[in-house]
Write a protein that binds this ligand. Structure first.
Ligand code: UFG
Length: 335
């Protein structure tokens, strides 16, 4: 298939581009390079620098490249930043996303897979979280993803868009080629490994949560497993009815993507210690505002609908791959 990956130079996008190229597809990676890295795009894909707000250029490219399906990863994705600067998130995630939808309609592209997030659930009443749990985001990041899912649903019902929204839980790990490099880095595993390298001080945000060891529980999913799910979801959109009648709105299929297991912050630190073979120092800090105590996916729908199963579900494997990437890329994507 001929696929456009928006945000193709980002963390999740670049590993998905690799996977699609490896599977023999023609891939165009679009990225503004505001947060993405040019070097993250494999030579097997065509790279285009641009934004979703340039409707005309986007539409032209969809036609020229005869794009059949789109994987939409481009987004702003820092929860804390979204609270401080919601305009950035509404402009890029919502207005940018609508620009993409309009370009797709104009160019007659009907297949769309969207990088959504568990942040659409806010603080879930219980875990594991099924897809039909109430959507109650507690920050602009989650809200902008929820709004775009809504647009996909209604565009699906009215215009025949065949959409799949994948709600990621906590993405982790690296491929051999691509890893996680954000600035600033707010995610737990990169911060734990930075502490192991003596590059930063690690703070555990709260040890007084109602969980067995008092720290937050999250569902970590390997970025390469995510890429496998993207490929399966893109293939699903070739069907006239991708969801096959699955609940969640006729115009949109939604799927959680998580490993289905929860690990606490302290368990992540312990696993990282066994990977790096040394103790990792940390201090205990206050809770970070907006952190739900536990987030774990029910992934039954993804297994059934996508025929997908997380194959790299152990913490050691995820952290080990991130650690290897740091060893082989000591300066990250810098020259
Ligand atoms: N944490 C620390 N210290 C750190 C970083 C994180 O203790 O230096 C803790 C957090 O408090 C949280 C857990 O580690 O309990 C995981 O935090 P991350 O920042 O790695 O991930 P989040 O769970 O906050 O965020 C992830 C995705 C978001 C998505 C969200 C859904 O990164 O994109 O899940 O709630 F919105």
């Amino acid at each position: 298939m001929r696929v456009l990956v928006t945000g193709g130079a980002g963390y999740v996008g670049s590993v998905s581009v690799e996977r699609l190229v490896e599977a023999g597809h023609h891939v165009v990676a679009l990225d503004s390079l505001v947060t993405g890295h040019r070097r993250a795009v494999t030579d097997g894909a065509r790279f285009v620098q641009g934004t979703l707000r340039d409707r005309e250029a986007l539409e032209r490219m969809l036609r020229e490249e005869r794009i059949e399906a789109v994987l939409h990863c481009a987004a702003r994705s820092l929860v804390g930043q979204s609270v401080l600067d919601p305009a950035l998130y509404y402009n890029e995630n919502v207005a940018g996303g609508l620009g993409l939808l309009d370009a797709l309609r104009a160019a007659g592209v009907e297949r769309l897979v969207f990088s959504s997030t568990a942040a659409v659930y806010g603080v879930p009443a219980s875990v594991p979280v099924p897809e039909d749990a109430p959507l109650a985001p507690i920050n602009p990041y989650g809200e902008t993803k929820r709004v775009f899912e809504g647009a996909m649903r209604w565009y699906g019902e009215a215009y025949g868009l065949r959409g799949v929204a994948l709600r990621y839980f906590n993405v982790a790990g690296a491929s051999e080629r691509n890893g996680e490099q954000h600035d600033p880095e707010t995610h737990l595993i990169p911060n734990v490994l930075a502490a192991a390298l003596g590059r930063a001080t690690l703070s555990v945000f709260g040890t007084d949560y109602p969980t067995p060891d008092g720290t937050c529980i999250r569902d970590y999913i390997h970025v390469a497993d995510l890429a496998d799910a993207h490929l399966a979801a893109l293939e699903l959109t070739a069907r006239p009815d991708p969801g096959g009648g699955a609940p969640g709105g006729a115009g949109l299929t939604v799927c959680n993507l998580g490993s289905g297991s929860g690990f606490s912050v302290l368990q992540v630190i312990r696993a990282a210690e066994s990977v790096v073979g040394q103790p990792i120092p940390y201090e205990v800090g206050p809770r970070r505002p907006g952190d739900p105590p536990a987030l774990v996916a029910s992934n039954a729908r993804a297994r059934e609908l996508l025929g997908w199963t997380p194959r790299r579900g152990s913490l050691e494997e995820m952290i080990g791959s991130a650690w290897r990437w740091l060893q082989t890329h000591p300066s990250g994507y810098a020259a």
